[in-house]
Write a protein that binds this ligand. Structure first.
Ligand SMILES: Nc1ncnc2c1ncn2[C@@H]1O[C@H](COP(=O)(O)OP(=O)(O)OP(=O)(O)O)[C@@H](O)[C@H]1O
Ligand SMILES: Cc1ncsc1CCO
Length: 414
């Protein structure tokens, strides 16, 4: 059971974040608050180990039969809908209600809130039960905020999304047309090149024939030299004909050389055209994920309409109560490559809020920052996501005052 008289008391409106974060972490270590987690199957292990390495005491208890007896004894509750089923939802409701009645803080993680109507409805209902904190990624907070603002605003958001989709699709079509036009141009050039090649082959053949004819004629002239004068005249005439043919061949050879030179000169131009079309085709990808910065306004409006603290995780973890906004800028991008880091930091928020429930806003920001610092230090030793998972837990366990105070990076955004 948590003794609230030991809760962190030195918070002010504008806290010194480093010392505050250390006060929160060291209080979690000394009080070891019992945190009940109703969470998804994927996150159970990492979440429990995160809480343990921070000094809290995890209990992954979700049976409806145990909740009335157990939940009031926990210092805080963490509800995560990651692998939601119709059977588990009543347990989540019951635990949220029991925590509320016992005056214990509880935290909601609306995993993939927008993935289905069932999930969105469940999340909306749970938000309506007034969790102390809601923590999600950008897409989850956007889905939840849009679902909570009523049909007209949701309709507007859908229309805006539709407009954007139409624009992107038109742009894509334009790129496709450009690319197809280039393909046609390229094919035409190619067929012209083939025609020239065929012409060249024909001329080569004629040249060979002419060479043979000239050789024959020369041989004949030689022969005529020793033959009668009468036949010499005839042979001369044939030789003259061969001469004309050779001149004609020399002329066609020169013409062919000119065509070749002209094509060679234009080669860089063809290359430029191909390169430009390639670059345009590559620029057609459409990014559909949301950054945490995209969801700050949605988080503020959700915080206002629900009365909860709302946190959006990402490169910057934003925390808002509807008026104030702060951003925790710790963590490393590789944390996204470990499943359930988000779920785990939500549980850590529950532990921090458990020991300082009167300052849930500050406790949420410091929990996010501390988890990020553990990720940063863990990353120095990690080779990839699997080893980061291990080193993150080790680093969280080993954090000391100097490191925390020095590395906490929380700034005011409003
Ligand atoms: N680009 C980033 N740079 C630094 N830290 C990040 C980045 N992206 C996420 N994080 C950190 O990773 C943790 C998890 O955040 P994320 O937004 O990925 O949660 P999530 O999508 O709910 O995760 P999950 O569903 O796997 O539990 C947070 O502590 C967050 O600060
Ligand atoms: C991968 C996954 N699917 C449902 S819950 C969960 C863990 C991250 O939220």
């Amino acid at each position: 059971m948590v003794d609230n008289t030991h809760q962190v008391k030195h918070q002010q409106t504008s806290p010194e974040w480093g010392p505050t974060a250390w006060a929160h972490l060291s209080t979690v270590r000394t009080q070891s608050p019992l945190i009940q987690c109703i969470t998804n199957f994927v996150s159970m292990d990492l979440m429990a180990n995160t809480l343990l390495s921070a000094g809290a005491s995890p209990a992954m208890i979700h049976s409806l039969r145990e909740i009335p007896e157990f939940t009031p004894r926990a210092a805080a509750l963490c509800v995560n809908v990651g692998t939601l089923t119709a059977e588990w939802l009543p347990a989540m409701r019951a635990a949220a209600e029991a925590a509320g009645k016992a005056g214990k803080p509880w935290v909601l993680d609306p995993v993939a809130a927008g993935a289905s109507r069932f999930r969105l409805e469940a999340c909306r209902e749970l938000v309506g039960m007034r969790p102390t904190v809601v923590r999600g990624n950008g897409s989850e907070i956007l889905a939840l905020a849009n679902a909570s603002v009523g049909p007209s605003k949701a309709g507007q958001a859908a229309l805006q999304a539709y407009d954007k989709a139409v624009k992107v699709s038109a742009e894509r079509e334009r790129y496709r047309t450009d690319r197809d036009n280039f393909k046609v141009k390229f094919k035409t050039t190619e067929s012209r090149l083939q025609e020239t090649d065929a012409e060249m082959e024909k001329l080569k053949k004629e040249l060979a024939e002419a060479k043979t004819a000239a050789a024959t004629a020369e041989a004949e002239v030689e022969k005529m030299k020793v033959e009668e004068k009468k036949k010499l005249d005839e042979a001369d005439a044939k030789g003259y004909e061969a001469g004309i043919k050779r001149a004609a061949l020399e002329y066609t050879q020169t013409a062919h050389q000119m065509v070749n030179d002209a094509l060679e000169e234009r080669l860089p131009e063809f290359f430029e055209l191909g390169y430009a079309a390639g670059a345009e085709a590559m620029a057609t990808g459409v990014d559909s994920s949301h950054e945490s910065t995209d969801a700050v306004e949605a988080a503020k409006s959700l915080a206002k309409s629900s009365g909860c603290i709302v946190a959006v995780s990402g490169a910057v973890d934003f925390v808002t109560d509807g008026q104030r906004v702060v951003g925790a800028q710790n963590g490393v991008a590789m944390m996204q490559k470990i499943t359930a880091t988000g779920c785990s930091v939500t549980a850590l928020i529950a532990a921090f809020v458990a020991i300082d429930p009167l300052h849930a806003f500050e406790a949420t920001a410091t929990a996010l920052s501390i988890f990020g610092i553990a990720g940063e230090i863990g990353m120095d030793m990690a080779k990839g996501p699997a080893s980061l998972r291990v080193h993150l837990i080790d680093s969280l366990y080993g954090l000391d005052q100097d490191t925390v105070v020095r590395r906490v990076n929380i700034i005011n955004f409003s």
